[in-house]
Structures are given as C-alpha cells and as structure tokens.
Write a protein that binds this ligand. Structure first.
Ligand code: DC
Length: 235
C-alpha cells in the first residue's frame, strides 16, 4: 500500500496551474505548451462552454428566451474531453464537436450560454472533478479558474494583452477570411458580455499578472514555468 503524499511534503508532484485571460491573450497556446513541457494534463474550460453552446443550438434552444432548457441540457449532457495536451477532442452527447466549437458562429453564441449562472455551476463542478481525476497535475485555462474554479491552484496567472494585439492574433489563428466587425464582436463584445459573470480584467490577490502584448509565446511560457519551478523548489 502506498501512502498518499500531502501538499508540501518532499516528493509531492502535484501541480495545478490556473491561467485566466480574455480571448486572444495567448492562454491556449501557453497552456498547451506549459502542460506539454511539464508533463501535465491540459483542460481548456472555454471548450466546455463552447461544446455546451453547440449542443444548445443543435437542440434548437434559444438560451436567451429559455435559459432553463439550456441548464437542463447541460445538467444531463455527456461531455467528454481529452485532457492530453494537443489532443483537443470534444464530444457532447455522442456528437464530435471538435471542429464546430472553433467556428466563428460558435464564438458568437457562446457568451449567451456561459453567462447563465446555473450552467456555470454545473460546468465548474465538472472542471473540479477533472482536476481531481488528473491527480492534480494539470494546467487549467479559462476566465474564472484563478478565482472560482481553482482558487487554491499552486500557480495562478492572469494573462492579458492589448485588444489590438489580441485581434491580430485571433485573425492569424483563423487564417484570415474574418472581417474586422466580426473580429471586434469576437474580442470586444465577448469580453464585455463575459465580464458580467467573471472578473478577468485585473488579477485577484495572489494572482500573477503577465502582459503578453510585447512578449513572445516562448517568453510567456518561460515565465509560467519559472513560477512553477519556484513553487516546486519551496517544497
Ligand atoms: O476562451 P474561449 O474563447 O474558448 O472561451 C469561450 C467562452 O466561454 C467565452 O465566451 C468565455 C466563456 N468562458 C467562461 O465564461 N469561463 C471560463 N472559465 C472559460 C470560458
């Protein structure tokens, strides 16, 4: 029989890294790379809200006029995510939505589902289960991970960047073909809507702010890994 390690004891390999930030701040690329390099699982919580929004639309539910129907759907949904970094598979109620969740049409409708508080409570409980199932060796990214989902994470980061830089990054990610008005909607309008339910404009106490406006992805990754190393070396 093995004795479970407790936090702070030598040999404690648990490492929960929480990264919050608005869209286009670079948190997905950063989280994936940090998880890969440190051998941790990776949970993109935005993809959970995106999958829920896809399934709500698929069932013909309008979350603005019938939020309860959206809550009921999420309460009974079978949501499966692959938490191996780089394996971003998402399946909801047997439907593979891996591609659909990244479409601009999904980005446009996700806030309407993500701002329903009972939906957040259900998904938050699921996120916490995934963190425990990983053996608390995971990078979790989102909007409220440092504050609500995992306020006890070992490393807590808020990643921000100027809106112009975030819009340019999102355009590059989507490979062009998205007009400026659509891009503004995806970045500026969504931040405004999302910030009505979670506060990710400034860091909560104990959260490290990283402004990636003038940093390369590699520099951001190094800073996060530096924070993780500092935690591990204090044990
Ligand atoms: O990070 P993203 O663009 O994939 O997030 C999709 C949506 O989900 C976004 O509108 C904000 C919302 N979200 C949230 O409210 N809380 C989280 N922890 C993660 C995402």
């Amino acid at each position: 029989m093995t004795t479970p390690h407790t936090a702070g004891t030598p040999g404690d390999h648990r490492l929960v890294i929480a990264i919050d930030g608005p869209s286009g701040s670079g948190k997905s690329s950063t989280s994936r790379l940090v998880a890969t390099r440190l051998g941790l699982a990776h949970l993109d919580t935005g993809s959970m809200y995106r999958a829920a929004a896809c399934q709500v639309a698929h069932r013909g539910i309008d979350p603005r006029t019938d939020p309860q129907a959206a809550v009921d759907l999420v309460a009974t949904a079978d949501l499966r995510l692959d938490t191996r970094p780089g394996h971003d598979h998402v399946v909801i109620d047997g439907r593979d939505v891996t591609e659909e969740i990244r479409e601009p049409a999904t980005s446009a409708k996700v806030s309407a589902v993500a701002t329903i508080q009972p939906v957040r409570d259900l998904l938050t409980a699921m996120m916490r289960r995934i963190v425990e199932d990983s053996g608390r060796r995971i990078v979790v990214e989102g909007r409220d991970i440092t504050t609500v989902v995992c306020p006890d994470a070992d490393v807590r980061v808020l990643l921000v960047a100027d809106p112009a830089v975030r819009m340019a990054r999102r355009s590059a990610e989507l490979g062009g073909g998205v007009d400026q008005a659509q891009m503004r909607d995806q970045i500026v309008r969504r931040d405004r809507d999302d910030s009505t339910v979670s506060q990710f404009a400034s860091p909560a106490p104990g959260v490290t702010l990283i402004d990636s406006t003038r940093l390369s992805l590699e520099q951001v990754v190094e800073r996060v890994i530096g924070l993780a190393d500092a935690v591990l070396s204090r044990r």
